[in-house]
Design a protein around this ligand. Sequence first.
Ligand code: NAP
Length: 336
Amino acid sequence: MLRLGIIGTGWIADQFVEAAHATKRWQLSAVYSRRMKRAKEFGSKYSEDIVYFDRLSDFFQSDSFDVVYIASPNSLHFEQAKAAIMAGKHAIVEKPITSNPQEMSQLIKVLRRHPQQFLFEAARHYHEENFKAVQQAVQGMEEIQGATLTYMKYSSRYDAFLEGKNPNVFSPDFAGGALQDLGVYMVYDALAWFGVPDSVNYYATKLNNGIDGKGIAIFNYPQFEVTLQFGKTANSYLPGEIYGKKETIVMDNAADLNEVYIVNGEGEKTIISELADNNPMLAEVIDFADVLENPDSLEARDIADEWLAMSVEVNKVMYKLRYYAKIEFPSDYEEE
Ligand SMILES: NC(=O)c1ccc[n+]([C@@H]2O[C@H](COP(=O)([O-])OP(=O)(O)OC[C@H]3O[C@@H](n4cnc5c(N)ncnc54)[C@H](OP(=O)(O)O)[C@@H]3O)[C@@H](O)[C@H]2O)c1
């Protein structure tokens, strides 16, 4: 059984624990929260056999868990993942794994010094069958002429922002914004389906604190362009499309892939998606368990390396997009 520790007790951590427990390969065994009461409230739903912490240093020193899922605000991921690896834990870090490439390369250095540990970015859709179905369909295209992908959902925290509050997800101090929160899914899409672009542009609609509420990114490839639209201040119902010669791949949503089909030159539609899992984190918890249960398998190491190489590329592109749109975070100026 994989013994799981949790940092960050928001709804996404519940979704992760529920997916993990559904596989019967994981057991929640430690919870950290800034408040002990909250830690217990979170963990007591799952088991009576959980150790609780309200000090991070005690949490990392504890031998009550082997792998930690980090679901804290983005700007905290780097220090927490680094501390986890140095303490001999495997780290699963919510997307985006770090807020800039300096942090990412430091994390990789730490990992190299702790070669027994694994580091994963929890990019849930990347592990799903429907994501792979799109990838395969793209590979089968004779010619690619571009794509338009959309993921835009009005956030309830935008209401709080408009009321003058400072929710983490809209705060530069916590490395928030639409690109970091939702755009990252489509950066994964583009890199996995079309490769690393030659150049990227990002036209951000900024809020009054300089953070992006929504925006349009354009990825330039030698033969075509890919347009990504994402945001947290409006709702979009546009499907995503990938253009071949005469055929088009259509997906209901570029980050929540429920229905994917190909329309051929004659207008005939072939569905290529499977019924999505009820819990969208199921595919990743299974993938992570497959690796963590076989730490000595070279094949498992290769897969983990591939995922991490993808995280590194995504992280670089995310930074280029921010740079283009002049979106800065305090962490960009921290010394090594
Ligand atoms: N994969 C997905 O589908 C998905 C969905 C949503 C979010 N996410 C990712 O999950 C992460 C968390 O997102 P979220 O929206 O849940 O964030 P959040 O609500 O701002 O914070 C998550 C948790 O972190 C702790 N926290 C909050 N503010 C903090 C602070 N100032 N200092 C230290 N700890 C703090 C809190 O736990 P305690 O009070 O217990 O300390 C809180 O419940 C982000 O990286 C986000 O991108 C992923």
